[in-house]
Ligand binder design. Sequence first.
Ligand SMILES: [Zn+2]
Length: 284
Amino acid sequence: MLFFKAVLKHKTVIAIAAVSVLIIVYAIKIGVAAFERSSKETLSIILYHSVNEDEDQHGEYSVSPKELEEDLKYLKENGYTCITSKELIDYVYSSADFPQKAVMLTFDDGCLDNMTYVYPLLEKYDMKAVFSIVGEFCDREESKKNRDDSSYLNWAEVKKLYQSGKVDIACHSNSLHTLNNRMGAMINADESYTDYRSVFLSDTNNFLRSAKDKAQIVPSIYTYPYGLICEESKNLIKTCGFKISLGCEERVNRLSREESSLWCLGRFNRQSGVSTEDFMKKVF
Ligand SMILES: [Zn+2]
């Protein structure tokens, strides 16, 4: 009898131990999942270029002010918060909380119409955006007498937009926004790393100098011309002091507290002729 009692007691101990182990494993799994959720945020970035009333121009890289306004209305009504480089840097470098339902609006090339049509809409809907500026496009505007719809922002306008607090400024290269001598800011096939390094650093530093001297801006974002990225550029961008880089691959970004999660972020190109609802289904 004593023997059976001992066996029963032994089995009970084993059962309790097994259940305890299962509870602990389950608790660890829940803990890990919660940690993963809290440490991996998602960010969708929308890419616009020109915004104007000329229907003949509307297409892949140009939308109407009405289309942009519909997008902003949608984001506002659905509780999205527009973020710029500040929130991304605070999240990764200062362990700040990441805004819920974050979205980043980006406008490439620094078209003059961004001031005419985009800025007033940002004010109207109390939203922010990132304008990616090409240094030499701004320089050319300084000497232009007649400016029209195809013009770009000059440095004084860039400065004014930045000082409004609604617009963050990104470097879109100084003179590499072309496909003539190389593919954007990429290394050429027959080019040594040393030669490429010197071209890239000189171009980027030219931009940084102009941005600082003419607009008192030190940008944190490098936006690759045409979204063309090469491995060799990645460290050089870091060397120049940038903390974020933007490409054009269409995907939702997964952010962690790692510095590396801010490199080569994907963006969704907003073209004309697609309804806001259909476009946003793809973005979020
Ligand atoms: Zn561009």
